[in-house]
Design a protein around this ligand. Structure first.
Ligand SMILES: CC(C)(COP(=O)(O)OP(=O)(O)OC[C@H]1O[C@@H](n2cnc3c(N)ncnc32)[C@H](O)[C@@H]1OP(=O)(O)O)[C@@H](O)C(=O)NCCC(=O)NCCS
Length: 145
């Protein structure tokens, strides 16, 4: 099985395909959509696409480290047909490598409560209270690199 993880340039055809997968996995089930303004804010973020035999199977976005070395992961999504096969884990580990190379010393993310166990297996720890984001309960999670 040919598995590749590649960065897709903001605004490219690959990026648009990623927005389609993210919409299907992360927004449609909630009855929500991305606004043009939300997508425009992503122009400084790193867009990682995982492809299996050329077909888009997963997405992950990276916010490069700030001055204190804190980076962020967001928009983690694996297509249902490909879930449970280690692709989410591969994407996170790859993203952490990119961020480490960019000087990150720690990574933060906002996890849906239903995904906390996934991130815990990757070494992330939840901190602080539960809060609501895109209609769902979330917690902040953090990992030192
Ligand atoms: C959560 C998600 C990204 C996981 O991706 P995946 O490719 O299915 O996960 P993997 O196969 O890489 O799983 C890695 C490990 O985490 C575990 N795991 C996966 N999803 C889990 C979950 N929701 N809760 C607890 N553990 C989970 C797996 O069992 C596996 O465990 P192992 O270490 O014993 O092998 C994916 O299911 C998804 O896109 N869900 C819908 C969108 C979503 O919730 N995104 C996260 C928003 S914060």
């Amino acid at each position: 099985m040919r598995i590749e993880i590649a960065q897709q340039a903001f605004g490219s055809a690959g990026w648009r395909e990623m927005v389609g997968l993210r919409t299907r996995v992360l927004r449609d089930p909630l009855g929500l959509a991305y606004s043009e303004a939300q997508l425009a804010e992503e122009c400084t973020q790193v867009h990682l696409a995982l492809r299996v035999e050329g077909a888009l199977a997963g997405t992950l976005l990276l916010l490069l480290p700030d001055r204190s070395g804190i980076a962020k992961l967001r928009q983690m999504a694996v297509a249902p047909a490909w879930s449970g096969q280690g692709f989410g884990r591969r994407l996170v580990l790859h993203g952490e490598g990119v961020l480490r190379d960019a000087g990150a010393r720690a990574v933060r993310l906002s996890a849906r409560e239903t995904a906390i166990g996934f991130y815990e297996r990757l070494g992330y720890a939840a901190e602080g209270p539960v809060y609501r984001e895109v209609t769902l309960p979330h917690r902040l999670m953090r990992k030192s690199l």
